[in-house]
Design a protein around this ligand. Structure first.
Ligand code: MG
Length: 389
């Protein structure tokens, strides 16, 4: 069956932009676009989105031009999620908006940066990149005359907030309720979440092999990758190594996407949700891998954790990144006047309102917004006496 080359009507359980739960600050409806298209456009025009280009995914940005960055990761998540959304007749515009925004709150230096900043913020409410993404679109972007943030719809904001502690959930009101009631978000939000995992597992295999930190031989020991490599070899025995890897990774994404579509279709038929609100009452996600794919996915994830994310070379870089973030935090926390005037003003205003907690949050906002190269440069400007400010 040739599928979905032209748009089809949305499923009844897709989110409908004409029945959005609305924006925090009401606005007249857009003329040429749907509400979710408008969200997507605001995200693409944000400064935080442009900075994703120079933020680490796994490999630090300056390690090489071929590795994924936060931006290319984001685009891969978006593209995978849109394919699945269209196949399931879900709202592709909303899926696009959520995926493009999902990593906006990431610190420089990937996971290491987030861990370090969370540690620095331990006495001031912690730091969580997911919550920070929401903070970016709700408050930190300042580009519109009439409101702070991007004033996105409830549905996009709901999708951005993947995890949340009970304390933060209570503070977030309607948006946080599902974390207390342990229910699910929209299908589009569930999809964005799964596509994120699917994308990074696949591209980290590719990047890990390119960096020489993991080997084809190691991967072949796993069900999914073993099958895929054997299959590529059988059909193309003379393929050069690099192309064989591309081909296997391409099939890896394709197989997982097909698995999600088939499994989810069956689940939707079985559960038969009445509408876009009904899917939110479920206690388990409806968008999932099959059990066997889920198992293979988790196996691979564990392997990547042990062999790639904990690899000596990645580990050393990560520890260096943590030291950079921690020392930046300490220096700015000791003296907020060291921050550029605009950030300094902001942190001071936050301190006036909330004391030390506000001051720390102002510093964390500044550091989280940095790209890798900006953080390194700022570090040198602060600590290298030969550098001019
Ligand atoms: Mg991500």
């Amino acid at each position: 069956m040739a599928v979905h080359s032209t748009p089809r009507p949305l499923a009844r359980y897709a989110q409908d932009p004409d029945h959005s739960r609305g924006r925090r600050r009401p606005e007249p409806p857009p003329t040429w676009r749907s509400e979710f298209q408008r969200d997507r456009d605001r995200i693409i025009h944000s400064s935080a989105f442009r900075r994703l280009e120079y933020k680490t995914q796994v490999f630090v940005n300056h390690e090489g031009d071929l590795f994924r960055t936060r931006l290319t990761h984001t685009l891969e998540v978006c593209q995978i999620a849109r394919t699945i959304a269209r196949a399931l007749d879900l709202n592709e515009d909303l899926t696009e908006a959520i995926t493009l925004a999902h990593d906006l709150g990431h610190t420089p230096f990937g996971h290491a940066g987030q861990e370090a900043l969370n540690h620095c913020m331990r006495d001031y409410g912690g730091f969580e990149h997911n919550l920070q993404s929401l903070r970016v679109v709700d408050e930190l972007e300042q580009r519109y005359a009439e409101f702070d943030g991007l004033n996105l719809t409830f549905e996009t904001r709901e999708g951005i907030l993947k995890h949340c502690s009970a304390g933060n959930a209570r503070r977030l009101g309607e948006l946080g309720r599902r974390f207390l009631e342990r229910t699910q978000p929209s299908l589009e939000a569930q999809l964005a979440n799964l596509a994120d995992e699917l994308a990074y597992n696949s591209h980290d295999v590719d990047d890990g092999l390119r960096a020489g930190l993991i080997s084809v031989g190691q991967l072949e020991e796993f069900g999914l990758m073993g099958r895929l490599f054997a299959d590529v070899r059988r059909h193309h025995p003379a393929l050069p190594r690099r192309r064989m890897i591309y081909e296997a990774v391409r099939r890896m994404i394709g197989d997982q996407v097909a698995d999600v579509i088939q499994t989810t279709r069956a689940a939707l038929e079985r559960e038969n949700p009445a509408d876009g609100n009904d899917v939110r009452q479920h206690t388990r996600p409806l968008i999932t891998f099959s059990e066997s794919m889920q198992q293979e996915h988790v196996e691979l994830k564990r392997f990547l954790f042990r062999s790639l994310y904990r690899h000596h070379r990645v580990y050393r870089m990560a520890e260096k990144a943590k030291r950079t973030v921690s020392r930046l935090f300490e220096a700015f926390m000791d003296d907020i006047a060291l921050m550029p005037p605009q950030q300094h003003e902001k942190a001071r205003a936050m301190e006036d309102q909330e004391g030390t907690v506000g001051r720390a949050r102002g510093v964390a906002d500044y550091i989280a917004g940095m790209t890798d190269r900006y953080a390194i440069d700022e570090f040198e400007r602060l600590f290298d006496p030969r550098r001019l400010t």
